[in-house]
Design a binder for this molecule. Sequence first.
Ligand SMILES: C[S@@+](CC[C@H](N)C(=O)[O-])C[C@H]1O[C@@H](n2cnc3c(N)ncnc32)[C@H](O)[C@@H]1O
Length: 271
Amino acid sequence: MRNPINKIKRTWMSYPMWEGVLQFKDSFYRNLINRDVKDLHLKLIDQLNSQKNNWERFVYCNGYFYQGYEKIGISGIKPTQKRMKNYDINEYLNKNMAVLDIGSNNGFLALDISDKVKKVTGIEYNEYLNKIGNETKNYLGIDNVNFITEDFKTYQTEEKYDAILSLSNHSTVDKGLDTSFESFVLKIYNQLNSGGYLFFESHDLIKIDKDMNEKFQTAQKYFDPIKYKMVKKFYPPDVDKLFIVLKKRDDLNENPERIFDINEAKNKYSY
Ligand SMILES: C[S@@+](CC[C@H](N)C(=O)[O-])C[C@H]1O[C@@H](n2cnc3c(N)ncnc32)[C@H](O)[C@@H]1O
């Protein structure tokens, strides 16, 4: 007959049991360390849920995060830090600059560039997305970013900016920006300081921006293109986009010679 003491010993010393104890200890410490970020996630998810229940326009990504932010463990369909690295916007930014981000969504991009510039304004008409931006801003202790809940079409300010971001925003599927391309570009032009930059990301070049040649022709009246390339999608429902760096012209050019061809651009993945 087996010795019952040995049986107890065997059970107590068995690997799965200690593994369980270690796992418990590990998750205990992990929870302790990450409690703040977990609280943040819960607050952000609350806002996504409020958006889903109350926002009457189109809800991006079916209510999931459109922009992600690796720094706080939110993936999203567009991970902000990877995106910033790929677009190399940072090389144009400096500590004297005031930046405007049009359609700032969760505000993660605005927050991510905040340590490179003097201040950032994110304009986003969806209040739930701005609340996500503000919760994250407080969590990260950032004090030079301001999210304003306004419609860019009617936005009026005396303020001028040194750089403006229009990333997938010159027209939007939620129909929030349905003005002509020229009036959109002109509004940006008027809000930029002399020599200011426009960072522009297109939609897909097959459907929505199939007229990119014409759009480029229009943009070149007001801006000199510095460089452009295609940028890869992060997840399959999205598609590769065109990313362009433009600089405000000193004088308008009514008949610019277009330096862009959509068919050539579709295959250009580096500057
Ligand atoms: C396609 S998303 C792009 C978000 C962001 N620019 C990016 O690339 O990560 C468009 C965003 O613009 C916002 N939006 C649409 N129309 C707007 C308007 N008229 N004024 C302000 N924000 C607007 C939407 O709520 C949404 O967050």
